[in-house]
Ligand binder design. Structure first.
Ligand SMILES: [Ca+2]
Ligand SMILES: [Ca+2]
Ligand SMILES: [Ca+2]
Length: 138
C-alpha cells in the first residue's frame, strides 16, 4: 500500500468512526430537511434539551411527530400543531406550506414547534403565512 492509499484509508476510517460514534450526524441530515431559519435553536427544535451538551436525546412533541412522519418535513407535518400551543408547526418554523423553504419575507424562527411558546393568537396564522408568501413571491 503506497502512502496515498494509506492516507485515503485513514480518512475513510476516520469518517466512518465519526458517523458511527456521533448520533448527531444523522441529526444533521434531519435538520437539513427543515426550513433554514431553525439555526438559533437547532437541536432544541426536536429535543427537550441539547443532546450535544448532556447526551439526553429525549424528543419534544415536534421531534416525536417528525419521527412519526418518517423524518420528513412536508405539508402534513407543517399543518400539525405538535406542541398544542395554537400555532401550526409550519407557522412556527416560517414555512406554512411545508415545502422546506421559508414563506415570503420570513427571515427568522417565529417560535419553537416543540414548545408551547406561540401566543400570537389574535391572527389567523395560516392566513397570515399565506399573505406573507403572496407578498414574498410577487
Ligand atoms: Ca405549535
Ligand atoms: Ca414554504
Ligand atoms: Ca411552539
Amino acid at each position: 500500500m503506497n502512502l496515498h492509499c494509506r492516507q485515503v484509508s485513514l480518512i475513510v476510517a476516520l469518517v466512518a468512526s465519526m458517523v458511527l460514534c456521533l448520533p448527531a450526524a444523522a441529526t444533521e441530515v434531519d435538520m437539513s430537511q427543515l426550513p433554514p431559519v431553525i439555526e438559533p435553536l437547532r437541536c432544541l427544535i426536536c429535543h427537550q434539551s441539547d443532546p450535544g451538551e448532556n447526551g439526553d436525546t429525549t424528543l419534544n412533541p415536534f421531534g416525536a411527530d417528525f419521527l412519526a412522519n418518517g423524518r420528513l418535513w412536508d405539508d402534513t407535518l407543517a399543518n400539525q400543531n405538535s406542541d398544542g400551543d395554537g400555532c401550526s408547526n409550519g407557522f412556527e418554523l416560517g414555512d406554512v406550506d411545508g415545502d422546506g423553504e421559508n414563506d415570503g419575507n420570513v427571515t427568522e424562527l417565529q417560535s419553537n414547534p416543540g414548545v408551547e411558546d406561540c401566543n400570537g393568537a389574535s391572527v389567523d396564522h395560516r392566513t397570515w403565512g399565506e399573505l406573507k408568501a403572496l407578498f414574498g413571491s410577487k
